[in-house]
Design a protein around this ligand. Sequence first.
Ligand SMILES: Cc1cc2nc3c(=O)[nH]c(=O)nc-3n(C[C@H](O)[C@H](O)[C@H](O)COP(=O)(O)O)c2cc1C
Length: 388
Amino acid sequence: MSERFGHYQSEIYLQGYGGATPMFTTDGARLEEAAERVLDPGPFAYVAGGAGTGATMRANREAFDRWRIVPRMLTDSTERDLSTTVLGETLPAPVLFAPVGVQSIVHSEAERASARAAAGLGLPFVMSTASSTSIEDVAEASGKGPRWFQLYWPNDPEVCGSILARARAAGFSVLVVTLDTWSLGWRPCDLDNGYLPFLKAEGTAVPFSDPVFCSRLDAPPEENEAMAVLRWISMITGTDRDWSALPFLREHWDGPIVLKGIQHVDDARRAAEAGVDGIVVSNHGGRQVDGAAASLDMLPQIAAAVGDRLEVLFDSGVRTGSDVVKALALGAKAVLVGRPYVYGLALGGEQGVRHVMRSLLADLDLTLGLSGHRGVSALGPEALVRGQ
Ligand SMILES: Cc1cc2nc3c(=O)[nH]c(=O)nc-3n(C[C@H](O)[C@H](O)[C@H](O)COP(=O)(O)O)c2cc1C
């Protein structure tokens, strides 16, 4: 039997018996409003907002609401095993920390705090290229914890190679290549605030600590920050690629490679043919194409088409334990969680992140057992029914 994540519930009730209530809400759906109270408007909108009218963000949630779990009884689900294997790594639960950049805009300890919380739970921390903390510093904070590296693909091949080599040397095991953000989506929530954190050199720790990137500058970033920022932005935005570019990554990364941002079944098939190891079915939490399909709606057909060849991961809209159950039942091997842990970071640094993720895991554990499942591997489409 794996760790009993559900025990967090008893822990909270026992503290309540002693007169203490949790420092932060246990309701994943209320984290956003709690974070809004502690963040400035610019950073809050940057995290909470999405593309355009927010239609895809809403669609991500509505897609979860359309599926209902059908609990089964007398299944001897007292002992439960939430552990799973993803790309050869055994995880205590099918949950990863999604890559989220610029965490310094919500908390001074930024990615260090999140990486420590992830390591404490044994869950992979997927570090963003747009982090406010260098690769080596995140690795140090992560310690013995599992860690993956997410790439925003610089259009300078030597800079890209240097970043990948650093990540590999610092113990990042899996490369996650984000395909859906080669340019920023139209985000009125940020445009109306005139707020783009990168322009203030937030989220630039990876390039600014990179010797090859710095060799491209006339002056070091600390002497001419504005020029360094502009050089970096022009390296990671504005260049779309095609499938023929993928072999470059294999040449520079000897571990598993995962493509993030897949939504069309043909792209999933193409990824399998290209020989990558996994995909993340994701619409970037509704931050890129407003009006795009809900990520969960695309998951079943993608999992059916490539689930036997690729590790199919999922994100966009996961807020509760039952959301994780639904995504797994519809074919995901594991899910990535984005905004919720960032709200936890805003509310209470490492402790806040830990609380948010322990709450999600406890909810998952209890929901799994109460719906009659002894392990995550037992979940399939028969666990769900379409609601009205
Ligand atoms: C503030 C913020 C920053 C993000 N930064 C990145 C990033 O640097 N790289 C990336 O691949 N995805 C990034 N994402 C997308 C997440 O990895 C993930 O796809 C998304 O948050 C999942 O949706 P959710 O927030 O509804 O869980 C970011 C998301 C947010 C909210």
